[in-house]
Write a new protein. Sequence first.
Lengths: 84, 242
Amino acid sequence: MTYVDGNALAGPLREIFAVDLTAASGQCVACGQTGPVAALRVYTSAPGLVARCPGCDEVVLRLVRGPSGAWLDLRGCVSLQIPL
Amino acid sequence: MARTALPGRLTWRVATLSSLHDETATARSLVFDVPGWPGHLAGQHVDVRLTAEDGYSAQRSYSLASATDGDRVELTVQKVPDGEVSPYLGDVLKPGDQVELRGPVGGWFVWRPTDTAPVLLVAGGSGIVPLMAMIRARRAASSRVPFRLIYSARTPDDVLYAAELRRLEGGLDVSYVFTRAGGQRRRIGVADVNTHGWPADFQPDCFVCGPTGFVETVADILVALGHEPRKVKTERFGPTGG
């Protein structure tokens, strides 16, 4: 299946957060790899956006936008370091 | 980021097409007037939303092609056959028409005129668009940071911004890799990147944009040549296409 990269999350995440999160650095729960959100592998053919770790392919983040709200699932992310 | 961070949430704005011009047989640049545009950094992109009369809407991301310039926003759209949005933007939209647009977004794959490291840009196909914004931003800022561009395209006829790139510009070196020219098929390789890029010792900022396979090939080559992975920033064709 084809994917794009985490840069594609910039618009959907900026709809929720006041700062850009694609430049934030996150750590994967599964393998511990650290890298920018922009480097995640994003699959867009699901009902929402599914971002996987480029190191181990585990799900790091899921985002679904409905008509009246958004669901953000950060289950695969230990923490995010956000440049401010 | 601070300069472009918008207060509050990102919202849709109305953009009015002011002019358009063909870049190649299959790509067109669109210049929009977006009142209240907050400015952007080279490498950022926008989301464009089209809504049909029956309420159906489709949304795509496009890289900004221009340096920031008041309320003027320029995109270059590569027409994707069977695409849902790009044929409309590329063929149907005419000056005076309006679309919805939000942005700028993205704070990672960006070049700032205050950056001082040498820059290597590697483009595959329409991956040139955000890299052209960096070249234009460098020019707009009269920056003396040395830039090198390696541009992979199918044939010379597929080169976007060809006339602008042919003009000599101090501190900007441009080289091409043609993948389908003269009946031959080739791909960008170690020799292209090694010959036309910067030595890793110079610690350049590397920006690679193109289709997924191209980006991964070039990123692997750069790392193998000794560039630090954190200095190699990539963008896979999210912000184009469709």
